[in-house]
Design a protein around this ligand. Structure first.
Ligand code: FE2
Ligand code: FE2
Length: 306
């Protein structure tokens, strides 16, 4: 189906001044991103950063130290002796795991966790975001291993706007405000359509506004803003500078939803986007045994880092 005959989500340019004011009022209440989270994001997204920098940062944060020791002593790793030395724990866990742990822990502290209401569940959101990052890393990993940290950051942050909607939904619950009925919508309505029906905006717009407030990089902000465009809009509406990043996150997102039987959340992007990454349709062609294994491993790892 061509994007032209589908429902299409709101874009930044479709939002009027009044809506911007309302969304800005919500965003204004979110605290600035702490300096140490900026620092970890910078280190993780820097293709030349090394394990030492991450280890130093992780071992200087008390919350991180506790988390690292909990994870290394969990049944996931199954070491017979209790490990109390954080430096040893860092070596045993490994660079990629420490990086994930550090970024996820610090982002969770900034945006919250544990709220569940009206279909919004921050725990599932983190799991989804982490799985998208692992899947998109796997797309580029072999071609360019230095990009894996960047994809970790892009994947973890791509749906950051959903955390805001989740917080709004939770605040509505506390004030006993019932969400507007979505019964007038078609059963298969995409999640973006439901969000616009409930909140007047979708998570991509909320997310990019937060990314700008937090001063996140242009690359991260663009992925947040455009990550659903391949399902709805033509290629020329996407900034070409970040086309590969946006396409990777979009297709990884689609794969994770497909594996969770949630493929009706967004229409499948046209094959031209799959071709950009060297893939062909159907989507099963992309899901190799290796990708499936990595996604499964990500799922069990995340249960131990909470
Ligand atoms: Fe999304
Ligand atoms: Fe997503």
């Amino acid at each position: 189906m061509m994007p032209s005959d589908q429902w299409k989500p709101l874009r930044w340019k479709d939002i009027d001044a009044e809506q911007i004011k309302i969304v800005s009022a919500v965003i204004d209440k979110i605290p600035e991103l702490p300096v140490h989270v900026h620092k970890i994001l910078k280190i993780v997204s820097d293709i030349d950063s090394d394990a030492k920098e991450i280890a130093q940062l992780a071992s200087s944060d008390p919350v991180m130290v506790t988390k690292i020791l909990n994870v290394v002593n969990s049944s996931y790793y199954g070491f017979s002796k209790k490990i109390e030395d954080v430096h040893l724990a860092i070596v045993l866990l490994g660079f990629a795991e420490i990086r994930t742990l550090a970024l996820q822990t610090m982002l969770t502290q900034s945006i919250g966790k544990g709220n569940v209401y009206a279909g919004y569940d921050t725990r599932n959101l983190w799991l989804h975001s982490y799985q998208v990052s692992v899947c998109s890393e796997a797309f580029v990993g072999e071609k360019n291993p230095k990009m894996s940290g960047i994809y970790l950051a892009l994947g973890l942050l791509h749906d950051i706007g959903k955390f805001l909607l989740c917080n709004i939904a939770f605040a509505m619950k506390q004030k006993r405000i019932k969400p507007k009925s979505v019964t007038t919508l078609n059963q298969d309505a995409a999640i973006l359509e439901r969000e616009e029906h409930l909140f007047g905006v979708n998570h991509s717009i909320m997310g990019v506004m937060l990314a700008r407030k937090w001063g996140l990089s242009d690359r991260i902000a663009s992925v947040i803003e455009y990550h659903h465009y391949p399902s709805y809009f033509d290629l020329n509406e996407i900034p070409c500078e970040y086309l590969e990043d946006i396409t990777s996150i979009c297709i990884a997102d689609h794969i994770i939803n497909y594996l969770e039987n949630k493929s009706s959340m967004h229409p499948i992007p046209p094959e031209s986007f799959f071709n950009l990454l060297g893939f062909t349709l159907p989507v099963e062609n992309v899901i190799t045994v290796d990708i499936r294994k990595k996604i499964e491993k990500a799922k069990s790892f995340l249960t131990y880092i909470e």
